[in-house]
Design a protein around this ligand. Structure first.
Ligand code: 6PG
Length: 475
């Protein structure tokens, strides 16, 4: 009998099955296409105990109890279909783990559905792409904590390890919490990517070429900005197009794709009333980039004559500081969403542990995640990362750099939605008084929506008959 099952032999499934086998476990793999399984079996190396199946009944029967089956399939309806396909062959206390980018509310539904049939269902965020799946991803499992003991040994073996040797996998919480945290990871990923692209745009506008920008990124990679995405950006900028020998980056169409996880994160922020401006602006930046034909037309009409005047030396001084502040502010938004969701869903999310498992294996892995881990370890109830002492100090020290970069971009007509929304979030969050008093008065004037008063208890609401009072004003 094999110890672990992997259902779905796409690139991720194939990689993670080999990772599991490479750690000494006997693995059953399933795919409905015979040729896929056959081709995969031809890649199995000596010592990898991997057995291929194309019949679900045989696949399930090949696994020891309690069965542990990791689904590596496309999110959405396919997960429900495969659950129905497996259930007839499973026994009480068997475990299904969905390792895809499933929507957390679907996971909550599926966990309950399976529980009603005596089967345990986990939603596990897995980050790190195909390579990460093979050598060690960051893993975010959510489900029944009592059953996690059957999963933890395997996941702790196969996940990435941080520099201190700790596994980049931890039990996240019940039902959909694991997929929720993965969704937030991806929302932060969108921000990280957007901010790096804005830095690239500014450096290009200043006159640096791709090789120079690569060198600049590689230099930044040695310091506090160190992260996986900046490292691969530095490499990408050096790659030549095979045919033309031009820089490949200059041959790539500037219209972004998106599978939807950043959008989901933004939608959750709106649903929960948690401001995520940098994450949302990163989604919208992708949408604007996709309006290629419209932008070409608009570029011929909306010609704004602005002198591109960017001092290279000054930019090299202020841009990394601005980028680091915006990065901190974007992560603060993502963590504030998890802080809020933890209360709303009673997940008891341990933010220090989530930051800790993001230190390696995942797409947003970054050196400063150690600082985020430390910040939440020393103050687990931190409501917003921006006000933790370590990060507040950095944000205040880099404040003028962020404002200078934004002014420079604005004066040169360069779009920087990520940087700009980060500063706006910072500036609004740190104000003890915002202009929402006038907002409330306007709502009460036209809609009698009432308002509270600064000099009365917050549970008292007031309405003013503005129409009558103001009918003679400005006559
Ligand atoms: C990861 C990645 C992975 C996927 C992205 C792509 O954590 O390994 O985030 O989940 O590559 O979701 O998302 P977009 O297509 O939306 O950029």
């Amino acid at each position: 009998m094999n110890q672990f099952g992997v259902y779905g032999m796409g690139v991720m499934g194939q990689s993670i099955a080999k990772n599991i086998a490479n750690h000494g476990y006997s693995v059953s793999v399933f795919d409905r296409f015979f040729d896929v399984v056959q081709k995969y079996q031809s890649t199995i190396e000596k010592g990898q105990a991997i057995q291929g199946f194309t019949q679900v009944e045989d696949f399930v029967a090949s696994l020891e109890s309690p069965r542990r089956i990791l689904l590596m399939i496309t999110a959405g309806k396919p997960v429900d279909i495969v659950i129905e396909q497996l259930l007839p062959y499973l026994k009480k206390d068997d475990i299904i783990i969905d390792g895809g980018n499933s929507y957390y509310k679907d996971t909550i539904r599926r966990e309950q559905y399976c529980k009603d049939q005596g089967i345990h269902f986990f939603g596990c965020g897995i980050s790190g792409g195909e390579y990460g799946a093979l050598v060690g991803p960051s893993m975010m499992p959510g489900g029944d904590e009592k059953m996690y003991e059957y999963i933890q040994p395997v996941f702790d073996d196969i996940c990435a390890k941080a520099k201190d040797g700790k596994p980049c996998c931890t039990y996240i919480g019940k039902d959909g919490s694991g997929h929720f945290v993965k969704m937030v990871h991806n929302g932060i990923e969108y921000s990280d990517i957007e901010l790096i692209c804005e830095a690239y745009q500014l450096l290009k506008a200043a006159g640096f070429d791709n090789k120079e920008i690569s060198t600049i990124f590689h230099h930044w990679q040695q310091g506090e900005l160190n992260c996986y995405l900046l490292g691969i950006a530095a490499k990408i900028l050096l790659v030549k197009d095979e045919a033309s020998r031009e820089d490949l980056i200059d041959c790539i169409l500037d219209t972004a794709g998106q599978k939807g996880t950043g959008k989901w994160t933004s939608q959750e922020g709106l649903d929960m009333g948690v401001p995520l401006p940098t994450i949302a602006e990163s989604v919208f930046a992708r949408c604007v980039s996709a309006l290629k034909e419209e932008r070409i037309q608009a570029s011929r009409i909306l010609k704004v004559e602005l002198p591109i005047a960017i001092d290279k030396e000054e930019l090299l001084e202020i841009l990394p500081k601005a980028l680091y502040s915006a990065k901190i502010i974007a992560y603060a938004q993502g963590f504030s969403l998890m802080h809020h969701a933890s209360k709303e869903y009673n997940w008891n999310l341990q933010l220090q542990n989530i930051a800790s498992i993001w230190r390696g294996g995942c797409i947003i892995q970054a050196r400063f995640l150690q600082d985020i881990t430390s910040a939440y370890t020393s103050a687990p109830d931190t409501v917003n990362l921006m006000v933790s002492p370590f990060f507040a100090k950095i944000l205040l020290a880099n404040d003028s750099a962020l404002r200078k970069v934004i002014n420079l971009a604005v004066n040169n007509g360069i779009a920087i939605p990520g940087l700009m929304s980060s500063l706006n979030y910072f500036d609004s969050y740190r104000q003890s008084r915002l202009p929402a008093n006038l907002l409330q008065a306007l709502r009460d004037f036209f809609g009698a929506h009432t308002y509270q008063r600064v000099d009365r208890p917050v549970d008292e609401f007031f309405h003013t008959d503005w129409e009558t009072i103001t009918k003679d004003f400005y006559q």
